[in-house]
Design a protein around this ligand. Structure first.
Ligand code: PHE
Length: 343
């Protein structure tokens, strides 16, 4: 039985044939199984000689089946490897390449322009606590500026230190606070990122992008602010005829505060940045309020500085002549192609 079984196993040429032989020999009704069962009916003497012989038969049949299966699997794999060759020299379909979103491109561009002026990039959380978003920026609980921000408040238990509700940051200004609390002056940073306000029309989306700038050093004046903004806007709009107008304004965290208008001229019925036929507001800014500097643990008699904030999406619209802010977030390829931002 042993030699005939093993000969047939070695001759089996498919995994199914090997499996059939396994059932025939070792299955419930199998020949080897029957021999094992017959041990029970034998006398002790018979069992002493037959037992080891039958067990060794079972072992060698099991080993033969295992070896044959492995050999067949290997052969199958070899055959597949031989058959499935890949031609690595075949040209591939390039598909449609992705592209960097205009807002991301503008943010990269801004980071580059400011890097040339010695500004580092700082970041902060989009889910911000009330203290960083408001209180530390000299916007106390009862301040009307809070209502102006159309704040999204977060549900659930607060994790802010002062027990107040967390908010989706309404501006990038809390990054000023985080930077002053963790870095020793002199400080020169920009903070680009997403901000949130409950507002939606052609020029407002509930999520938009701002870029914040902050300089803290000794003897900083409005003159430094004006030079910085002029240099930045000239580089961004790639024009030398950029004219700025600083208008007195109010922000709780700057004193004095100025709103910055940039001059435009009309070219074929369209507003183009440069010249001074009309004015467009592009930035909020001012000298960092003494209270804000003190809130961050710095001595306002020793350190002064300026800050500014502006909408990245708005800057992109002005530069590329786009007219609907909402289109930025629709992900419509036709729109991206129209403005040359996608292939
Ligand atoms: N945070 C202000 C806003 O969102 C902009 C600003 C930043 C103004 C820094 C002054 C200084 O409108």
């Amino acid at each position: 039985l042993r030699s005939s079984l093993i000969a047939r196993i070695d001759a089996a040429d498919t995994p199914d044939a090997v499996e059939a032989l396994r059932v025939e020999a070792l299955g419930k009704q199998g020949a080897v199984t029957a021999l094992l069962k017959s041990l029970g009916a034998m006398s002790a003497d018979e069992r002493q000689t037959a037992g080891p012989a039958i067990h060794s038969l079972r072992e060698s049949v099991t080993a033969a089946i295992g070896a044959r299966k492995a050999a067949l699997d290997r052969a199958l794999l070899d055959a597949r490897l031989a058959a499935e060759t890949l031609d690595m020299t075949l040209p591939v379909d390039a598909g449609t390449p992705g592209s960097v979103h205009p807002v991301s491109q503008v943010m990269d561009e801004l980071a580059e322009i400011f890097a040339d002026m010695g500004f580092a990039v700082a970041t902060g959380p989009e889910i911000e606590d009330d203290w960083h978003n408001f209180t530390a920026l000299n916007i106390p609980e009862t301040h009307p500026a809070r209502a102006m921000h159309d704040t999204f408040y977060c549900d659930g238990p607060s994790t802010g230190d002062d027990g107040a509700r967390m908010v989706l940051r309404t501006h990038t200004s809390p990054v000023q606070i985080r930077t002053m609390m963790t870095q020793k002056p002199p400080i020169r940073i920009i903070a680009p990122g997403r901000v949130y306000r409950s507002d939606s029309d052609a020029t407002h989306t509930p999520m938009f992008h701002q870029i914040e700038g902050l300089v803290i050093d000794k003897g900083i004046t409005l003159g430094h602010l004006k030079w910085t903004l002029e240099t930045f806007l000239k580089a961004f709009f790639e024009r030398d005829d950029i004219v700025l107008r600083l208008r007195s304004s109010y922000f709780p965290f700057t004193e004095p505060s100025v709103e910055v208008d940039v001059g435009y001229s009309m070219v074929k019925g369209k507003r183009v940045i440069g010249g001074a036929e009309g004015w467009m507001e592009v930035l909020g800014s001012g000298m960092v309020h003494r209270k804000v500097i003190a809130n961050c643990g710095l001595d306002p008699d020793e350190w002064q500085g300026f800050a500014f904030g502006t909408g990245v999406d708005r800057l992109a619209m002005l530069k590329y002549g786009m007219d609907d802010l909402r289109a930025f977030f629709d992900g419509d390829l036709r729109w991206l192609r129209h403005y040359g931002f996608a292939a």
